[in-house]
Design a binder for this molecule. Structure first.
Ligand code: 2PG
Ligand code: MG
Length: 433
């Protein structure tokens, strides 16, 4: 069979933070080859698949020698002779061989690279671009992007407590237009930083380094940047925040906002974010509370989930079971889908399918540690997820994904439909109508 796996190879390559990461290459009997690189998070949830690192002195403990060896040894032997077109079978075999619930033994970074490489190989054997291989002839939408302007939190030395200050252009006609508007805002934000003597470089995902006196100061600067760009805040351009509140919770259920000199319990934290929602054109909020604060997430959803997208990242960790549990608790209306958080393509897809059954939105997301790998542009499109998050509008590990989406849009030709407001859960979409 031409999709029979002939060889699996792993190698160490380097990510956007200059840290080692795992690349996998899957070669099929018919000659098709697929390749993928594992990304890496900095603000990680405790319930994610394990990113296996060597520890010790070398590379600051970030070596991937064990994970790469797992690809070249155990995983290569396990998958040789299997059908790359049977993604579920491959992923289940790796999970079973691993034997832990979070892929701690082989490494989620090893399994995700192999899982994605096998998917690429199957698409290549099909003679199709990955997005089309996944779409299987169904009509799929070009995803709506959320794009970072200021990067804070764990990605910028905790200069702000809120991690991602992003923009969304749901009313753009095409992704091309959304990028053009975003480029204007990004440039205006740079100018504003320069004019106010705050220009201090770029954060991990390419956003402007946040030199602000308070978290709200950053929000005000983002609003000002949108105005300066000549586009209309709350009309053409909306704000999206990833609070990444997991990083603010010391483990005692108390949220510490260092920049604001404030400390809150869950209720007060939800109220703090509610204040921002009242004062700024905010359309989407990710992780307003920490990974086990389901009650807080539900309270946020009751207070502003009708009109605002509420995304679970660290709290849901791309896990279908956790998505259903959150929905049962009335917590959230959107899931962030990070393939490496799940550890395999199949598990990530299951989380996306669960969200779809619930009428939730889904955002396929990159990690703060990225590479030239553009798989997520294809997953977000081919799975018809509706939304994508890649980081900022600078640095090539980010731009590679945006540019790939432009190529996909062009390849779709007249069939290219931009998700726009349809990317959101129904009540949020209705607010944009
Ligand atoms: C997030 C991601 C991307 P990290 O929190 O959503 O911004 O960050 O990859 O560090 O978890
Ligand atoms: Mg997040």
């Amino acid at each position: 069979m031409k999709t029979t796996i002939a060889a699996v190879r792993g190698r160490q390559v380097w990510d956007s933070r200059g840290r080692p990461t795992v690349e996998a290459e899957v070669t099929l009997a018919g000659g098709a080859v697929g390749r993928a690189i594992a990304p890496a998070g900095a603000s990680r949830g405790a319930h994610e698949a394990i990113d296996l690192r060597d520890g010790g002195e070398r590379f600051g403990g970030m070596g991937v020698g064990r994970a790469t060896a797992a690809v070249n040894g155990e995983i290569a032997r396990l998958l040789a002779g299997r059908d790359a077109a049977d993604q579920a079978g491959l992923d289940a075999a790796m999970a079973e061989a691993d034997g832990t619930p979070n892929l701690a033994r082989l490494g989620g970074n090893a399994t995700v690279a192999v899982s994605l490489a096998a998917l690429h190989a199957a698409a290549a054997a099909d003679g199709l671009p990955l997005w089309a291989h996944l779409a299987q002839g169904r009509k799929v939408r070009i995803p709506l992007p959320e794009i970072q302007i200021f990067g804070g939190g764990a990605h910028a030395g905790r200069r702000t407590d809120v991690q991602d200050f992003m923009v969304m252009c749901p009313r753009a006609a095409t992704i091309r237009e959304a990028f053009e508007v975003t480029a204007d805002v990004f440039r205006a934000a740079g100018r504003l930083m320069e004019e106010t003597g705050r220009l201090a470089g770029a954060a991990d995902e390419g956003g402007w380094w946040p030199v602000f006196d308070s978290n709200e100061d950053a929000l005000a600067a983002l609003l000002r940047s949108i105005e300066m760009s000549g586009h209309r805040p709350g009309e053409d351009v909306f704000i999206s925040l990833d609070v990444a509140a997991n990083e603010l919770d010391g483990g005692d259920g108390r949220y510490r906002l260092g920049l604001d000199g404030a400390e809150y319990g869950s209720e007060a934290m939800v109220e703090r974010v509610a204040g921002w929602v009242r004062r700024y054109p905010i359309l989407s909020i990710e992780d307003p509370v920490s990974q086990d604060d389901l009650a807080g997430f539900a309270a946020a959803t009751r207070q502003y989930g009708e009109r605002v997208q509420l995304i679970g990242d660290d709290i849901l960790v791309t896990n279908a079971e956790r998505v259903r549990r959150a929905a049962d608790a009335g917590a959230g209306n959107a899931v962030l889908v990070k393939v490496n958080q799940a550890g395999t393509v199949s598990r990530a897809k299951a989380a996306l399918d669960a969200s779809r059954e619930l009428g939730w939105a889904a955002i396929v997301s990159a990690r703060s540690g990225e590479t030239e790998d553009v798989s997520i542009a294809h997953l977000a499109t081919g799975w018809d997820a509706g939304q994508i998050k890649v980081g900022s509008f600078s640095r090539s590990e980010r731009m590679a994904k945006w540019n790939e989406l432009l190529r996909i849009e062009e390849a779709m030709g007249a069939d290219a439909a931009f998700a726009g407001p349809s990317a959101f859960a129904a009540s949020v979409a209705a607010g944009l109508a």
